[in-house]
Design a protein around this ligand. Structure first.
Ligand code: FEO
Length: 163
């Protein structure tokens, strides 16, 4: 059974993951408005992954005989200065989520909750990938620079991402 403290922390993480999905959907909508369908699709896939993350916590809480309590999801930005600014925000956001996962691991260790600790290791690994994939796009967009032609080609590449 989950402790009250762990249950509250995991419910907070469900909210953070759903908020992440909402952020990435907003980024997807922004890219649609900029006529960049590949980047819009990349963000849509990312949003779907965030819902999967939220549901992993949702299911784990229930498996541990806890109670899921859904809280309101915060608002999200809707405008960015450039495609690069969007992915820089995505990278920063993933760093923040990694910090939250680390805090959850620390709590699991403090509480000697080995089941929670084992469950959270998947997220520790996932966050390495989440940060790396956002940063890879940031670096590539820096190479693209102001070239409309390069952006057009790169957008096509981003559209190849699958869920
Ligand atoms: Fe679920 Fe992108 O962290």
């Amino acid at each position: 059974m989950l402790s009250e403290k762990m249950q509250a922390a995991m419910n907070k993480q469900i909210n953070a993951e759903l908020h992440s999905a909402y952020i990435y959907l907003s980024m997807s909508a922004y890219f649609e408005s900029q006529n960049l369908p590949g980047a819009a699709s990349w963000m849509r896939v990312q949003a779907q992954e965030e819902v999967v993350h939220a549901m992993k916590f949702f299911d784990f809480i229930h498996e541990r005989l806890g109670r899921v309590l859904l809280a309101p999801v915060d608002g999200v930005p809707t405008e960015w200065a450039s495609p690069l600014a969007v992915f820089e925000d995505a990278f920063k956001h993933e760093q923040k989520i990694s910090g939250m996962i680390n805090d959850l691991v620390n709590l699991a260790v403090d509480e000697r909750d080995h089941a929670a600790n084992s469950f959270l290791m998947w997220f520790v690994d996932e966050q390495v990938e989440e940060e790396a994939s956002a940063d890879a796009v940031v670096q590539q967009l820096k190479l693209v620079g102001d070239s409309g032609h390069a952006l057009y080609m790169f957008d096509h590449e981003l559209g190849a991402r699958q869920a």
